[in-house]
Ligand binder design. Structure first.
Ligand SMILES: [Zn+2]
Length: 422
């Protein structure tokens, strides 16, 4: 029978003087060596890349979005296939988020709808209901859940913690996230407190519903549930959220169990990402994995890992790839630039990816200019491999005890435009 003990985390090497560590997450679909970068397959596909290739690139798991799969094609269809992994032909571990982020950010926040230009938005705190001129509020949060409008066809839908857990159980990923409320850095302190309390109540409801569904669906492999830590940029709120979620328990067929891991969510300013992850690492149990939800650039990876994050997802390698930007040891470069028109060298000398082994910058640039779909595939392959290899190297540097040297060397090169040979 499926039970919480089917999922676990083994601690490996601890960093000296920091919260960073290596470890192994054990899931019913295989192990994940951490720290690990988890590629995003929003709609059950890592855009433009075959699952076999994603595996060959060294990816250990894939993360999909509950919001998108709920709207299209619907979680029942994934359940019918035996879950996300079987549906998308990915044999390894899978993650889903709770849908909360997309429900609220596609609906009401993050520059799309919330007014980020007004006087309140310039400071740290602002109005909690500043909808930009000409935009319609697409999500409404209340204490029980969220009403939101589909970005596909305008239909109204309702998400609650129970709805999210039912959807995620049907989606069948190895790791799921509790339903939480997303705030922005512009919300007032009062609103952050109110929202955090709502997220706390929703976390307990998510855990209870998860326990019920685990028992009901015991023919399926155990699906782990992570509690999601909010609290924006406030140290006391982040720490309180960690302590609240750490203590939560539910009844799994007569056995008390809590969250299997923790998701670190919400708005982060780049400069205090490491600090916030560090507060959480101090409060959270050492034997549970921590997933940082949604980061972007290489320096964020170093900061997050050093502060104690074990896994993280980021859409940027594939997203910036499709728009023509590629990562190198010497920073991010835009391939459409004229200087690469007749450049016969690979995207990055010495890169072990399929794209760099077989194609020139000039060829891939030609594909971008000609709007050929192979461009997205080749660019995504390189950027995914770059990111996965970087995190693998960071993991090895923790084991070897030279993380700090590697970080200094890598970031020095990455941000020193003078040294760039291309
Ligand atoms: Zn490459």
């Amino acid at each position: 029978m499926a039970e919480p003990s089917d999922f676990s985390f083994t601690l490996g090497t601890r960093m000296d003087g920091a919260h960073g560590r290596t470890g192994t997450i054990h899931t019913p679909h295989g192990d994940i060596q951490t720290p690990a970068y988890i590629p995003v397959g929003t709609k059950a596909t890592v855009k433009a890349v075959l699952p076999e290739v994603v595996k060959d690139l060294g990816a250990q798991a894939v993360l999909s979005n509950a919001y998108h799969l709920y709207l299209q094609p619907g979680p029942e269809l994934l359940d019918l296939h035996g879950g996300l992994g079987k549906f998308m032909n990915w044999e390894g571990p899978t993650f889903t988020d709770s849908g909360g982020f997309q429900v609220m950010s596609l609906g009401s926040g993050f520059k799309k709808v919330i007014d980020m230009t007004g006087p309140e938005a310039q400071g740290k705190v602002g109005s909690d209901d500043a909808v930009a001129p000409g935009k319609e509020r697409l999500a409404n949060v209340d204490d029980d859940g969220v009403w939101f409008t589909s970005h596909i066809n305008g239909d109204r839908h309702r998400f609650t913690p129970e709805v999210s857990m039912n959807i995620q159980h049907q989606l069948g990923a190895d790791v799921m996230m509790a339903f939480d409320e997303l705030t922005t850095l512009h919300n007032s302190r009062g609103y952050q407190e109110e929202s955090l309390e709502r997220t706390r109540v929703w976390a307990q409801r998510s855990l209870d519903e998860h326990a019920r569904l685990t028992e009901q669906r015991s023919h399926r492999p155990y699906q782990a549930l992570y509690g999601v830590i909010q609290g924006a940029q406030y140290e006391d709120l982040r720490r309180k959220a960690c302590r609240d979620l750490r203590e939560m328990r539910a009844d799994f067929n007569g056995t008390e169990a809590g969250f299997d891991g923790y998701g670190l969510g919400g708005a982060f300013e780049k400069e205090n990402l490491g600090t916030i992850v560090g507060w959480c690492a101090e409060e959270l149990p050492e034997d549970k994995p921590r997933h940082l939800l949604g980061i972007s650039e290489p320096d964020d990876l170093f900061a997050a890992i050093e502060a104690g994050a074990d896994t993280f997802d980021a859409v940027s390698p594939t997203r910036v790839g499709r728009t023509g930007a590629f990562y190198t040891e010497y920073g991010r470069i835009n391939l459409p630039r004229a200087e690469f028109a007749a450049d016969l060298s690979p995207l990055q000398e010495g890169c072990d990816c399929y794209t760099c082994a077989n194609y020139s910058k000039a060829y891939v640039r030609h594909l971008i200019k000609a709007d050929e779909i192979l461009a997205g595939t080749l660019m995504s392959i390189h950027n995914l491999r770059f990111t996965i290899r970087l995190v693998d190297t960071i993991r090895q540097s923790i084991i070897d005890g030279d993380f700090c040297e590697f970080k200094e060397q890598m970031l020095g090169r990455y941000y020193d435009k003078q040294k760039r040979p291309v």
